[in-house]
Design a protein around this ligand. Sequence first.
Ligand SMILES: [Zn+2]
Length: 436
Amino acid sequence: MNGCDLVVRSRRVVLPDGPRPAAVCVRGGRIVAIEEYDAVGGHDLGDVALLPGLVDTHVHVNEPGRTEWEGFASATRAALAGGVTTIVDMPLNSLPPTVNLDALAVKRVAATGQIHVDVGFWGGAVPGNAPDLPRLHAVGVFGFKAFLIDSGVPEFPPLDAAGLAAALDAVDALFVVHAEDPTEVTAPPTSRRYADFLASRPPAAERRAVGTVLDVARRTGGRVHILHLSAADALPLLARARAAGARVSAETCPHYLTLAADEVPDGATEFKCCPPIRGSDNRERLWAALAAGLVGCVVSDHSPCPAALKCGDTGDFAAAWGGIASVQLGLPVVWTAARRRGHPLADVVRWMATSPAALVGLRRKGRIAVGCDADLVAFDPDAPFTVDPAALHHRHPVTPYAGQVLTGVVRATWLRGMPVTPGGPPRGRLLDRRDE
Ligand SMILES: [Zn+2]
């Protein structure tokens, strides 16, 4: 097409109103037209689907400070390999945590020049930093993360209900909350049995914390989002709050949708995360909530650490770091399970691209539409592969999905119209809420 830098054609372009044959025309990094499939020449994918690049709003990059756990180069290479073209980095486990202007500046410097996908930042809300929140929001963070329970790292302490209310009062911004209530959680015993760890973090901990968050949101009028929801028992509270008009949303993660507690082998600490993976009926209720739109986003909670901290040698669930690194595998993991349940690819795109972009206000991401960034992923939805940890780009390729046969392979990716590969030069940009 005249005047376009790039045209990508596919018989299965996943557009906001559903998939159809189309040609996507790109100029200056943006989508400028969607034409009929046969109307123009260009790069033809045939039956390989064309998706908007996924948007993963829950990634722990850990750099600087814990760069031996993960870093901007390795995390964004893994993202790119997995069809994720935008990530929003969590404010902890880096040092310093992103709780004030200086810390955000340090993060931006650390990321510059080594990111393979576009990267935005969350700020952190911790005890005593309410005055920092409006300042951080003014310079472009997409919102604030808070914990209601020990975060796992001492420099990012939790808030209580009063602290969360003070934070919401300090700035009109999106607050994303790790919702487990410490009064319902016990210290797990040293054990190789997953059931012992699971029992220490019961559904009641999530239900009670979600109740607290909803209560604070009601009192302050603030905008809140429940991170990594695992316990389906919390869903009725969310449904009631939304019916009553509360500004509340929720996400879940690939592991809660596809793994189950009774399938975790003894000592398999690669399955440990917080909140924990629960039973198979809980999992089915999460799928129902996704189908009903009560849970809108599926994001990775990519949270790696060095293999030694995962305690694979002892298999002790109490001592192991809680976190599953899946930014590279989320798309095929979710798609494999979704298609088995009869969900079309368009649903996966909504959960993993469109809704997360909308959550953080990235208006030009997460959709194939005129005016959007040309972040495009050629995805072969029928191609099977076996998960090989050696093919993972993140720093410590420990994964509970090792050996699983999944369906769906990323064949090519364009970032703002540029062809990009994990082995190529880093072409990502830092994102700022104010530019959106
Ligand atoms: Zn997280």
